[in-house]
Design a protein around this ligand. Structure first.
Ligand code: ADP
Ligand code: MG
Length: 247
């Protein structure tokens, strides 16, 4: 479903991704972990071409997004993205937030767009907030609206960039629960997260990145439970026990 071949990205002299090769199968859930600044967000942003890779190629569902003749808007629609900041429109109701791109981009009629929006709001457990405005929702509810908005565009792949990092701890579980359900339904997902318990339970595979390189990958029980690389061990010690300092 997703193939990255020799993906590199530099900002000026700074190389932030160095020759990343990753293949993600249909229905697979891949969690990406690694220290701050290791290139995780840049990797996701290269997958949907929010950043233009410096080298290498990106394929999604057999379409090369990095091909110069690609219809980039059409190609990008295969990818739903959920950010740390939910980026909802404050002046629109929840229902309108989830319907507006369906209507403007996919040209769906109002009735159809709202039906699809309600189905997806129900799926993530916030259907009762359809007529509310984002400011009246908790962060966890807003993030679930953002997930429903992305799902309503019928993406083939969902990209999540630290979707729970901006949330109060007691709101994290509802968002992770919605993501877990999506995974169980067979959605192909690439998830940058610091939630190691989620990665252990939901990911089919975990990638550990450091300084722009893919250091190791494998089933979560191996990469998180018994990492092969010293850098992975150092990172996990810090994440799993924030009091632990060893640099
Ligand atoms: P992570 O998500 O793992 O924390 P990022 O992908 O955000 O890492 O960043 C990787 C590196 O790239 C960092 O050193 C960051 O400062 C740099 N970087 C990211 N975006 C830009 C940009 N638009 N311009 C310059 N440097 C950037
Ligand atoms: Mg990031």
């Amino acid at each position: 479903m997703v193939e990255l071949h020799g993906l590199s990205k530099s900002f000026g002299d700074l190389e932030v991704l160095s020759g990343i090769d990753v293949t993600v199968d249909t229905g697979e859930v891949v969690c990406i972990i690694g220290p701050s600044g290791s290139g995780k967000s840049t990797l996701l942003r290269c997958v949907n071409l929010l950043e233009q890779p410096s080298k290498g190629s990106v394929f999604v569902a057999g379409v090369e997004l990095t091909h110069r003749d690609v219809d980039i808007d059409a190609a990008r629609r295969m990818l739903g993205m959920v950010f740390q900041q939910f980026n909802l429109f404050g002046h629109l109701s929840v229902l309108d937030n989830v319907s507006i791109a369906q209507r403007k981009v996919l040209r769906r009629g109002k009735v159809e767009a709202e039906r699809i929006a309600m189905d997806n709001l129900a799926k993530v457990g916030v259907a009762d907030k359809a007529s509310a405005y984002p400011a009246h929702l908790s962060g966890g509810q807003q993030q679930r609206v953002a997930i429903a908005r992305a799902l309503s565009m019928n993406p083939k792949v969902m990209l999540f960039d630290e979707p729970t990092s901006a949330l109060d701890p007691e709101l994290v579980g509802d968002v992770l629960g919605a993501m877990r359900q999506l995974a169980e339904e067979g959605m192909t997902m690439l998830v940058v997260t610091h939630e190691m318990q989620f990665a252990r339970e939901v990911a089919d595979r975990v990638l550990f990145m450091d300084r722009g390189m893919l250091i190791e990958q494998g089933p979560p029980s191996r990469v998180i439970g018994d990492p092969s690389h010293e850098r992975t061990r150092t990172f996990l010690a810090r994440v799993l026990d924030p009091a632990h300092v060893d640099e």
